[in-house]
Design a protein around this ligand. Structure first.
Ligand SMILES: NC(=O)c1ccc[n+]([C@@H]2O[C@H](COP(=O)([O-])OP(=O)(O)OC[C@H]3O[C@@H](n4cnc5c(N)ncnc54)[C@H](OP(=O)(O)O)[C@@H]3O)[C@@H](O)[C@H]2O)c1
Length: 261
């Protein structure tokens, strides 16, 4: 790729935070969102539905997923679906059942937003609880790998399709006391880059990471309990880059990490 072409691509990526999605950007698209019951995942699910997508709401707390389902219905957006699953205990056959359900119910999948994650406790690695380490790696990395692997065939068949992983600032540069969470985000970026390179040229599935930045959610409050949450953007304020990566204006973007702020 020429330097000029590369610069153009960098400019496009940087401007994703100001992206203005058309009202029907995701019309007739089927999109799965993990951790769709709260925080950024909830805002993304609602935003995708508002722009025409049929959203599959995946998460561990059924009541929270039902509340999002109801909000979608109340607004008259395409009817959503709910798939409750605990990513901490799910094993391969649960993911196979998810893939089968999607094949049977929808026959297609155009988007997958990996958003669910566990923060765990912050503290030095020298004292980090090995059981907590395993739990965080299971939810933040292993679940993403297994789910992506089983859903790749339907994503390829439905292409162009978009897989989005969620990273964090602590996933690019190690930071003291962020433990398994930081390491899991480095792994997520590695997963994204490896898969993006593998799919490049053989399918029309694009794979990228999104970095939400500081956002007013339960996870952020857990990490920074003394921070004034009103100084932070709300999840719905950062949806431009999510819509950009999910919709057809990002067809040539593959293997990148985009900042949502
Ligand atoms: N907020 C920030 O400032 C910030 C900054 C950088 C990156 N991020 C990333 O953005 C993403 C969303 O974070 P958030 O701030 O919106 O966090 P959040 O409010 O804590 O939401 C996390 C979501 O993940 C779900 N989840 C957690 N464990 C799960 C499990 N075992 N099985 C199924 N679902 C599970 C939660 O479900 P329940 O509600 O049912 O528990 C919830 O819906 C994460 O990947 C996070 O690392 C956030």
């Amino acid at each position: 790729m020429s330097e000029q072409h590369l610069n153009k691509k960098r400019e496009t990526i940087a401007s994703a935070i100001h992206y203005e999605a058309s009202y029907d950007l995701l019309k007739e698209k089927v999109i799965l969102v993990t951790g769709a019951g709260a925080g950024i995942g909830k805002a993304a699910a609602l935003s995708f539905a508002r722009h025409g997508a049929t959203v599959i709401l995946l998460g561990r707390t059924t009541e929270k997923l039902e509340a999002v389902y109801d909000a979608i219905e109340k607004n008259g957006w395409p009817q959503a679906a709910i798939f409750p699953i605990n990513l901490e205990s799910a094993v391969m056959h649960h993911y196979e059942a998810l893939a089968e359900t999607i094949e049977t119910e929808f026959g297609q999948l155009h988007g997958l937003l990996h958003n669910a994650a566990l923060l765990g406790k912050l503290g030095p690695l020298s004292q980090y609880d090995p059981d907590l380490w395993q739990r965080i790696m299971q939810v933040n990395v292993n679940a993403e790998f297994m789910m992506t692997q089983v859903l790749l065939p339907v994503l390829r068949e439905s292409s162009p399709a978009s897989i989005m992983f969620t990273t964090s600032n602590v996933g690019h540069k190690g930071r003291a006391h962020w433990g398994a969470y930081a390491v899991s985000k480095f792994a997520t970026e590695g997963l994204m880059q490896t898969l993006a390179d593998e799919e490049d040229g053989i399918s029309q599935v694009r794979i990228n990471c999104i970095n939400p930045g500081r956002v007013r959610t339960a996870m952020r409050a857990q990490a920074y309990p003394s921070e004034d949450p009103m100084t932070l953007k709300a999840p719905e304020d950062i949806m431009a880059a999510y819509l950009y990566l999910m919709g057809s204006d990002s067809l040539t973007i593959n293997g990148h990490t985009l900042d949502a702020q």
